[in-house]
Structures are given as structure tokens and as C-alpha cells.
Design a binder for this molecule. Structure first.
Ligand code: NAD
Length: 261
């Protein structure tokens, strides 16, 4: 598949799933606006390497997507740099865990801002250009937690369920404009964040990391195997192709069977 004439924004693409999606889109020929936090020197090194390897134009914008004005600035910068945003991947996110009656209100608000509100603001800003060009792909990187809940993750589960509602509504509104909007719902994916959780839980339970992974963290994931970022990126890439033009408003699990229960 070639995306040579397309341009993409991937929020939260300085690590993990977003980084892998940015790589996949760039390797398929799309120009990519990277976004996220991190050490500026590391980000520049990655940006330059991806540009050299892919031959695509790769830029970086450091918007904090938890702030509406910065999301608008991110989309506007990509439109100026590339002449338009054809592919929008709303991927930035983070987790905070606490019982709901002890959940810090500021953490609740921050999770809604970074996960749910940022997706709204980015879609709102990118859609007019997609409608003008009669082509667009919007992918919301959700989670199995957009479909089912786990205790102590109230803010995350609420924001992720909200993203699926947003996905369906946008899909219906733009169904005749050549634009699709879908949610990808991974189970546990091997990222730095999850590797850190494995190490922490191994220490807490006094168990070897493999046992924590299999018996604690992946207890709900029937394959008992972490999803790899490349698997998620391959699904995102497929959704960007013309053969995926009839897939819209979908919440697609890539969760080793978690939500089949
Ligand atoms: P990660 O921590 O590796 O990456 C998160 C990215 O978001 C980073 O680039 C970070 O800098 C960026 N980010 C965080 N807050 C931001 C903000 N306010 N503004 C701009 N960028 C911000 O995480 P990941 O595991 O790759 O997760 C990516 C997405 O996938 C998230 O939405 C997460 O909820 C979802 N997800 C992850 C898993 C998993 O197991 N790792 C499973 C299901 C869903």
C-alpha cells in the first residue's frame, strides 16, 4: 500500500504504539507530524532517522494535547507544513489507578483532557480539510478498556468508552465524505510502560517477571501473550488504505481474545 500523497498527524508518537504507527505510515510514504513529550535530542534523532529511512517529510510538534489551544496549533502546523492532514491518529494517553472514591479530581480531569477531549479537538480541527479533499482517515487509539472495565481505572475506562462514542458519531456524520473513523482497542501491548509495570509487580509479588506477566497481568488476555506494537501499527496502516474504506464506526479489538469473554 502506498500513502505517498498523504499526510498524517500521530499524537503521542515519541514512544510506544504511536511511535510504531508513525514509522509504519512514514514507511508507506506518508508525511508525518510527530508529537509527544521526551528528551528533545532523542526526538530529533528519531525524527531525522525516520525521515532518512522513509524518504518522507517528518516534522515534530510538542503540543500538550491536554490543552485545546495546543491541539488546534498542532493540526494547523501540520496543515501548513504538508498542505493538509489526511490521516489523524489520536493516540496520546496515560493511566492513573486509584479507587473511585479516592481518585484525585485533577488526575480525572487530566485523563479526560489528554484522552477524550484531545480527540474531539483534533477531529474538530482536522475535519474541514478532510471534507474539502473528500478523503480522510481518523483512528482513535482506544483500548480493551473502551469496551470493558477493570477496577481502579475509572477515569481511563470512562475516557476510553467516551472515545468509542465519539468514533461512532464522527463516522456517521462523515460517512458520505470519503472519511472513515475507527477505534483500535488493544489489550496489553509490549511498551516501555508495560515493561515497567511487569518489573514493579514482579518486585511487589516476589515472582519472576514471566510469572507476573502470565498469571497476573495477562490473566484476562486469553493468549497470555503481549500484543506487539507492530501488530497495532499494521492494523492502523490497513485502516488507512482504500481497501478499508467500508470499515467505519468500528471498535476493533486487538486483545488476544480479552473482550471475547
Ligand atoms: P506510551 O506511554 O509509550 O506513549 C504515550 C505517548 O503519549 C508518549 O509519546 C507521550 O509523550 C505522549 N503523551 C502523553 N501525554 C501527552 C500529552 N498531554 N500531550 C502530548 N503527548 C502526550 O504509551 P502507549 O502504551 O504507547 O499508549 C499509547 C496509547 O495506546 C494510549 O492512548 C494508551 O491508552 C493506549 N493503549 C495502550 C496499551 C498498552 O498496553 N500499552 C493498551 C491499550 C491501549
Amino acid at each position: 500500500m502506498t500513502l505517498k500523497t498523504k499526510s498524517a498527524v500521530v499524537t503521542g508518537s515519541t514512544s510506544g504504539i504511536g511511535l510504531a504507527i508513525a514509522q509504519a505510515l512514514a514507511r508507506a510514504g506518508a508525511n508525518v507530524m510527530l508529537n509527544g513529550f521526551g528528551d528533545p535530542a532523542d526526538i530529533e534523532k528519531f525524527r531525522a532517522a525516520l525521515a532518512a529511512e522513509s524518504g518522507s517529510t517528518i516534522r515534530f510538534h510538542g503540543a500538550d494535547v491536554g490543552r485545546a489551544a495546543e491541539v488546534a496549533a498542532l493540526i494547523s502546523a501540520a496543515e501548513t507544513a504538508f498542505g493538509g492532514v489526511d490521516i489523524l491518529v489520536n493516540n496520546a494517553g496515560f493511566q492513573f489507578v486509584a479507587p473511585v472514591d479516592e481518585f484525585p479530581a485533577d488526575r480525572w480531569d487530566a485523563i479526560q483532557d489528554v484522552i477524550l477531549n484531545s480527540a474531539f479537538h483534533a477531529i474538530r480541527a482536522a475535519l474541514p480539510g478532510m471534507k474539502r479533499r473528500n478523503w480522510g482517515r481518523i483512528i482513535n487509539l482506544v483500548s480493551a478498556h473502551g469496551l470493558v472495565a477493570s477496577p481502579f481505572k475509572s477515569a481511563y475506562v470512562a475516557a476510553k468508552h467516551g472515545q468509542i462514542g465519539l468514533t461512532k458519531t464522527v463516522a456517521l456524520e462523515v460517512a458520505q465524505c470519503g472519511i472513515t473513523c475507527n477505534a483500535i482497542c488493544p489489550g496489553y501491548v509490549r511498551t516501555a510502560l508495560v515493561e515497567g509495570q511487569i518489573a514493579a509487580q514482579a518486585a511487589a509479588h516476589g515472582l519472576p517477571p514471566e510469572a507476573v506477566l502470565r498469571d497476573v497481568m495477562l490473566a484476562a488476555q486469553p493468549t497470555r501473550r503481549l500484543v506487539e506494537v507492530e501488530e497495532v501499527a499494521a492494523l492502523a496502516l490497513f485502516l488507512c488504505g482504500d481497501l478499508a474504506r467500508s470499515i467505519t464506526g468500528a471498535a476493533l479489538p486487538i486483545d488476544g481474545g480479552w473482550t471475547a469473554r
